[in-house]
Design a protein around this ligand. Sequence first.
Ligand code: PEP
Ligand code: MN
Length: 355
Amino acid sequence: MDLQPITLDSIAPHRPLVIAGPCSAENEDQMLETARQLKQCGIKIMRAGIWKPRTKPGGFEGVGTAGIPWMRKVKEETGLYTATEVATPAHVHEAIKGGIDVLWIGARTMVNPFAVQELAEALRETTMPVLVKNPVNPDLELWIGGIERLYRCGIKKLAAIHRGFSTYEKTAYRNEPFWQVPIELRRRIPNLPIFCDPSHISGNRELIAPLCQQAMDLGFDGLMIEAHCCPEKAFSDVSQQVAPEQLNTILSNLIIRDKFDTTAELSEWRRQIDQIDEQLIDLLSKRMKISSDIGRYKKKTGMPILQPARYTEILSNRARLSETLDLNSQFIQEILKSVHEESVRRQMVIMEESD
Ligand code: PEP
Ligand code: MN
């Protein structure tokens, strides 16, 4: 993709680029007070939701267009750039008319290609930076598809926001990070900046600092963090918003590891890893050859492919072995499950071959 950087004048080029601000714009005082405090922390872009996608009706659904003059005032009084969520073409038009500087598309909107296409059309050829959150479900293709829809409408200042994925089981996180998804996004579109939104991943202000550090260690470019001048009185997402002062502490404690040069030590370890990977592949090939021999034997002697007792035995005895070697047994089981799947696939091909 021929993307353009999301640089806004006077924004420092080094990572992380931080966008911070309340979950929702509530009133002018809250917006201005939060903006003043954020400015003191060195923040350059303030976020605030005006149109809020809520799970159930009847709650606080955002102040709507009434919030736009507050955003403008924030900009006039503090010089902060402003960002808000858009979910419909009408939101896009209102936001552009109201002088908002950055837009983002929320996780709920991202699950609907029709909605994303309509937003892309409404934004056609604008120079507006657009940040694209992941869809609520861990579907990388849908996320990339949404980004492509915007790109094809000429929107070049694009970035992704990783805000975690909804799961049925309740875990420590409000939305599971499943880091492998943004990591794969980076591999697929290397020049797309990626932000992490630790607020919506965690749902809990105590987990924001470690998530920010993890995001930095994984090479994320920016952070979007919910901050409110009075978090405990927030109209939405009370437990995940931080006070600007706490945000300041979180950001000052971040360690940014940006050294990419290789050293002799690192090269030697990498050489060893390369060698071990070659051995692993060689061993897997030997193992698969034996599986194929077994497949031919089963076919000749009229035995079925699947022997559940044997499979269970492999999994449990390898799990025990891995524990003695200080390996995570779940990880070893995942590998063996996939090795077993490939063995079964090979044996199925053998069964189908004509003799
Ligand atoms: C938000 O950022 O306020 C928001 C609603 O986030 P998400 O779309 O990630 O749930
Ligand atoms: Mn929120």
